[in-house]
Design a protein around this ligand. Structure first.
Ligand SMILES: [Zn+2]
Length: 243
């Protein structure tokens, strides 16, 4: 049997026990879905007013992730939310660099930095979580990018690649082994978070339709390539068992 037809064959045997067929540890049609466990965490990256329509740095169709995240979140016992949380005059803002415009780059002490419009300034309505996000069971909100001279796309480690946010310790101390990353933007904060999760030893999924990209000069395709090379698994929200 061709591999491609095996899955549909298994599906056709709905309800039958399939343990042992071809050595695959599959049990019925539900084996197609991924079931988050008590050792899994959903990470919701930067679903804030700044990154959706009418925000200061809108990701195209960014708000579309909200109903998808709301739909899958209830099956996760552990949820972490992140917030981009910059000082006024932050080094990632083009306005902090004479002669620079948003989306240009500059060299900072820790490397090349993309410069952005002023966004997600601490305590502003722009930096608040998008109002329709409904995840009351979320246990921790990690704020990042609050050091004035260092950006932080990743929820784990700032852009100097030295300063930890503490999230890895939090997850590891609680026995979390698998993370599912969603949110904004796929090619920046989601990708960096996912790749750092892999580096830290977590099994890592990015739920593609629960994320949206900025796609600056091909950055979205490049991010998927890099994530894949690091062992990040690309799935859709329909791959998660919601029952
Ligand atoms: Zn930012």
């Amino acid at each position: 049997m061709m591999i491609s037809s095996r899955r549909s064959f298994l599906k056709s045997l709905s309800g039958a026990s399939l343990v042992g067929i071809a050595g695959l540890p599959l049990v019925g049609a539900a084996a197609d879905k991924i079931k988050p466990s008590a050792y899994s965490a959903l990470i919701v990256v930067d679903v804030q007013n700044c990154f959706v329509t009418n925000g200061t740095l809108p990701v195209p169709k960014g708000e579309e992730v909200v109903p998808i995240i709301n739909r899958i979140a209830p099956v996760f016992e552990n949820v972490v939310i992140t917030q981009d949380w910059h000082t006024p005059g932050h080094t990632s803002f083009a306005s902090s660099h004479a002669g620079k415009k948003p989306f240009e780059t500059t060299k900072l002490a820790y490397g090349t930095q993309v410069l952005w419009p002023d966004h997600c300034v601490q305590g502003t309505e722009d930096a608040a979580l998008q109002k329709d996000l409904k995840i009351p069971q979320a246990q921790v909100i990690v704020r990042k990018g609050y050091h004035k001279d260092v950006d932080s796309y990743s929820a784990f480690e700032e852009a100097d690649r030295k300063t930890a946010t503490g999230l890895a310790g939090y997850l590891k101390q609680r026995g979390i082994r698998t993370v599912f990353v969603t949110g904004l933007a796929t090619d920046f904060c989601v990708a960096w978070t996912a790749m750092d999760a892999r580096k830290l030893g977590f099994e890592t999924y990015v739920i593609e339709d629960a994320a949206r990209g900025i796609d600056l000069n091909g950055s979205l395709a490049a991010a998927w390539k890099q994530m894949s090379a690091k062992g990040v698994k690309r799935i859709q929200s329909s791959d998660i068992a919601l029952g």
